[in-house]
Design a protein around this ligand. Structure first.
Ligand code: GNR
Ligand code: NI
Length: 170
């Protein structure tokens, strides 16, 4: 297993559209293991392959309190989304330190392959539903700050670029 580097907004690679996984083979299982390790290490509740610069439809999630209920979604598709929506504060490992409100469906159904390549359909609400929608946006090249106003987004962009200058280019 290995820790992967998480891309930081505004890295243009975060806007890549991921391709479907062709086969859940040893390479994909290795990627899933590394993504889970990276997500737990970063204290995140989810991670999309896009964030580690792999542009295939792979997502890992764990919204459990004890961090012991990993969920693997490969080639996820939303089969139903509630018309009812709710605004909740979101954060993102690719936009550290920024939290802001995003409107999401309160409940969804998702069809995906699990870590063994078996097809599953699951119903989600609450934090899990929010997290799945957030991760599936990443696979489409979308970061949550793109739902915010241009003014907020530009402030975030400037802040992230400054933080990068301050840390990486000392
Ligand atoms: O760790 C994360 N927390 C979070 C909180 C509210 C809404 C979405 C998320 S996902 C985020 C991890 C992440 O960036 N996944 O892409
Ligand atoms: Ni994210």
């Amino acid at each position: 297993m290995a820790l992967l580097t998480i891309l930081r907004y505004p890295d243009p690679r975060l806007h890549t559209v991921a391709k479907p996984v062709q086969a859940v083979d040893a390479r994909i299982r290795g990627l899933v293991a590394d993504m889970l390790e990276t997500m737990y290490d970063a204290d995140g509740i989810g991670l999309a392959a896009t964030q580690v610069d792999v542009h295939e439809r792979v997502v890992v999630i764990d919204v459990s309190e004890q961090r012991n209920q990993p969920l693997v979604l490969i080639n996820p598709e939303i089969t139903w989304a509630s018309e009812e929506v709710q605004v909740g504060d979101e954060g993102c490992l690719s936009v550290p330190g920024i939290y802001d409100g995003v409107e999401r469906s309160t409940a969804i159904r998702v069809r995906a392959l699990d870590g063994e390549g078996k097809e599953r359909e699951l119903a989600a609400e609450g934090t899990l539903a929010v997290c799945i929608q957030h991760e599936m946006d990443h696979l489409q090249g979308k970061v949550f700050v793109e739902y915010l106003s241009p003014l907020k987004r530009n402030r975030i962009k400037t802040k992230m670029l400054k933080a990068r200058r301050d840390t990486e280019r000392v």
